[in-house]
Design a protein around this ligand. Structure first.
Ligand code: MN
Length: 288
């Protein structure tokens, strides 16, 4: 079994600066969408990538370690950004997490960048935006269609910023043998609807090609914002396991491929057996 990935980012057709940053190196895949303009937003998202890159090259990462990355990003942001300036960044992504003998995706999010899972032909948004319009949707005041066109659709309610310590949300989902994950900034999802995302993820097999096509189509659709996409595949060497008779996989070593082609060799046993898959699970208390 192998994991492979691809990524692409573009400043878009309107903005002069790309304030998005991304990281794609196992066990961590993430995007950060900076706010605050030159020497602030770009710095904020880059600091997030720098802190999360401390996890790169490891077999897996724990929730505590991920949370520490958020904390350190905020500390460095306060130290780095000039007093009186407003700067912040969204952060959304996944790390490979080992828990109770199984392999999981630990999904994390603060802000309105997103994590999706494409599995069995279905596209599911795992993360939940921290945004004014998401709160309106949650209260039943507007529907998803109205949210797309709402004048406050770009206003987020949480970020890693220079103020209070960040409060990201976490979800733990068992890693499926044929999962494809999409991590993206809002510059992608404001240009492309779910159907376009699903079509590209379903029809472009190579994750790097898929990431490039996602960004290219967002630019064609308008490219009003910076656009970033990371596509991560867990590609089964054999048929997808029958989840009706799941057993908990025993933990085995994960071996990094010795080339730099963006591919990771897994022990077959890790995903040869899978575990039941709740569609969206909060991280158990024990992991907090
Ligand atoms: Mn953006």
């Amino acid at each position: 079994m192998r994991t492979s990935w691809g990524s692409a980012t573009d400043r878009g057709r309107v903005r002069r600066l790309n304030e998005d940053s991304l990281l794609a190196y196992p066990p961590v895949f993430m995007v950060a969408d900076g706010m605050g303009g030159h020497a602030a937003g770009d710095v904020a998202s880059r600091l997030a990538v720098e802190e999360f890159s401390h996890l790169a090259g490891r077999i897996s990462a724990s929730p505590d370690e991920v949370h520490a990355c958020f904390h350190r990003t905020a500390v460095r942001l306060r130290e780095t950004v000039a007093a009186g300036r407003t700067a912040g960044t969204t952060v959304a992504g996944v790390v490979i997490a080992a828990y109770d003998g199984g392999s999981y995706w630990l999904v994390f999010n603060i802000g309105d960048s997103r994590v999706y899972r494409f599995s069995g032909g279905e596209l599911e948004q795992i993360s939940v935006d921290h945004s004014v319009v998401q709160e309106m949707v949650d209260r039943g005041e507007i529907g998803p269609e109205q949210a797309l066109a709402h004048p406050e659709r770009h206003v987020i309610t949480r970020a890693v910023g220079t103020g209070a310590d960040p409060e990201p949300d976490y979800w733990l989902i068992p890693a499926g043998a044929s999962d494809r994950l999409l991590i993206c900034s809002d510059g992608l999802t404001t240009e492309l609807g779910d159907e376009a995302l699903r079509r590209i993820l379903a029809t472009v097999p190579d994750p790097q090609d898929a990431a490039l096509q996602l960004v290219a189509e967002a630019l064609t659709a308008g490219g009003q914002d910076n656009v970033s996409a990371v596509v991560v595949d867990v590609a089964a060497a054999t048929d997808t396991p029958d989840t009706e008779n799941t057993v908990r996989a025993s933990q085995r070593d994960v071996v990094l491929a010795d080339d730099a082609s963006g591919q990771l060799d897994w022990d077959d046993e890790i995903h040869g057996a899978t575990v039941p898959r709740p569609t969206r699970a909060r991280v158990p208390e024990v992991l907090r």
